[in-house]
Design a protein around this ligand. Structure first.
Ligand SMILES: NC(=O)c1ccc[n+]([C@@H]2O[C@H](COP(=O)([O-])OP(=O)(O)OC[C@H]3O[C@@H](n4cnc5c(N)ncnc54)[C@H](OP(=O)(O)O)[C@@H]3O)[C@@H](O)[C@H]2O)c1
Length: 292
């Protein structure tokens, strides 16, 4: 681990799916960043990328956030969705304000709202409100369902050619995380995104049955979507080790999808990055080796 904090951009959630991709993209563009990680030892590969300095920081430890934010001008805020997420994000916003951070780019979620029946959307709304109240310039990225979430079904797709969700015939404009990272990279490195809220989607709105058809066409074998009732989805999530709070939150998410509340397609990825958002077919083709 380098002890030198050379960059003025801090990336949190750095070892996660979006954070890793964002850091790879910024590093490839020659942009220096500090990557906040809980365990620098476990993040050695990230620290090998050109321009990346690992800094230790834990959302549950205000002192570590103070140290990680020293000298930082722009920060990318991402936590995973846990019962602690709201408190963690509010702690980070307070530390960013105290450190004099000029711009916060927050990874939020499609349809974040304080009145939402979906707990994830309420905690994101609370964090957004705290950022607005802090007076720090912000950009909120509100992506729809991640295509990479389907990687959670790679084993049943490999073994049985099936995947499951309580999705009914909901249409969802799901998005590839590589496009979310590309938007974040532009926002962190160029002007013109002050106090903007970006609703991020893929290029089309698809039912899970349509996802199965695309899987089948790209993988050249028949893949089936199995619509499951909520109790079966809950049992599967609990069996996979999801904490109760998170499993209940995912059920709320899927109830919201079934109301077709996540079906709208936006052009924001292309508007911001200049490149069209990746299609689901492209996603399956790029990750085909994991499904076969
Ligand atoms: N999944 C979806 O379809 C979807 C859709 C829209 C929005 N979102 C939002 O996306 C976010 C999750 O993004 P993601 O998938 O990239 O997350 P992820 O892969 O789960 O990564 C979470 C990151 O947070 C770090 N972290 C966890 N606890 C921490 C702590 N106490 N202190 C410091 N770092 C900590 C993890 O580091 P370690 O390596 O140390 O664990 C990891 O780097 C959530 O806010 C969710 O609401 C998700």
């Amino acid at each position: 681990m380098s002890t030198q904090t050379s960059a003025t951009i801090l990336i949190t959630g750095a070892t996660g799916s979006i954070g890793t991709e964002l850091i790879r993209q910024l590093s490839a563009q020659g942009i220096a960043v500090n990557a906040m990680v809980r365990s620098p030892d476990r993040a050695k590969d990230l620290g090998q990328l050109p321009g990346v300095t690992l800094v230790q920081g834990d959302f549950d430890d205000a002192q570590s956030l103070k140290a990680a934010l020293k000298g930082i001008e722009k920060a990318f805020l991402l936590t995973n969705s846990s019962e602690q997420a709201e408190a963690q994000q509010l702690r980070f916003v307070a530390a960013a304000k105290a450190a004099g951070v000029k711009h916060l780019v927050k990874l939020s979620q499609w349809a974040a709202h304080s009145d939402s029946p979906v707990r994830f959307l309420r905690y994101h709304a609370a964090a957004e409100a705290a950022i607005i109240a802090s007076g720090i310039t912000y950009t909120f990225l509100r992506p729809n369902l991640f295509m990479q979430g389907l990687l959670g079904f790679k084993d049943p797709i490999k073994a049985d050619n099936r995947f499951f969700a309580a999705a009914g015939d909901a249409r969802i404009s799901l998005i590839d995380i590589r496009d979310i990272a590309a938007v974040a990279a532009v926002v962190l490195t160029t002007d013109g995104h002050a106090n903007a809220v970006y609703d991020l989607t893929g290029p089309e709105s698809l039912t899970h049955t349509a996802l199965a058809e695309i899987f089948s066409a790209v993988l050249q074998r028949h893949i089936t979507f199995v619509d499951v009732p909520e109790p079966a989805m809950k049992a599967a999530l609990s069996g996979a080790g999801f904490p109760e709070w998170q499993a209940e939150g995912l059920l709320e998410d899927y109830a919201h999808y079934r109301l077709n509340e996540a079906a709208t397609v936006t052009t924001t990825v292309e508007d911001v990055t200049g490149k069209p958002a990746r299609s689901f077919g492209q996603f399956v083709a790029d990750y085909a080796f994991l499904f076969s």
